[in-house]
Design a protein around this ligand. Sequence first.
Ligand SMILES: N[C@@H](CCC(=O)N[C@@H](CS)C(=O)NCC(=O)O)C(=O)O
Length: 208
Amino acid sequence: MQLLYQTHSPYARKVLVMAHEAGLANRLHVVHHETSPTWRNEEVFCLNPLGKVPVLVLDDGTALFDSSVICEYLDGLHDGPTFIPSDPRERWRSLRLQALAQGLCDAGIAVRHETVRRPEALRYPAMRDGQMEKLVAAYDFLEREWADPSPPCRIDIGQIALATALSWLAFRELPDFEHGRPHLSAWYRAFIQRPSMLATPLTGDTVD
Ligand SMILES: N[C@@H](CCC(=O)N[C@@H](CS)C(=O)NCC(=O)O)C(=O)O
């Protein structure tokens, strides 16, 4: 299978980290693609009309997109415990965490549009501030969740999505999530030492 990837995309990295965790990474041919709403990548558009990565091209040519859909597909290809739990309580906790992590990335990208990506004259400070507030509110929510005495015991899609989101926020020097949040910070520090994270470093700049 071919994975249309980007070395500085948190969404693409979520897929690749999950593939590593599931023992599927050696079945993926990973190809880097630059994408941006202001810079059209024809190869990506041919497979995903939204022009975004990640895209997973299956052996029969089917193109799957959106990282969450690709992760669900990969979760059906391995024999280990699933990364999207089937037990209802664990499942909705995991999927909600994944949704929060996706929202962190979405808000972080929006902040970058209003700070470094959009031409200066077109930036809108109120939008930047509103998106920053979402980041900080989500960090505080996560710290409360991580202080829970019964944290999730095995790696799931929620944790993979969160670790790759936080790691990207740190990479892009977006507002800090560690200071004053000891539970979240301790979990993050441990997770980024996993071989799946070490094998998938973030590199490169956005091309707009
Ligand atoms: N919800 C999508 C988001 C994917 C996404 O936004 N990818 C970025 C790279 S970080 C992209 O390709 N952006 C190009 C664009 O917005 O046109 C997912 O989870 O896969």
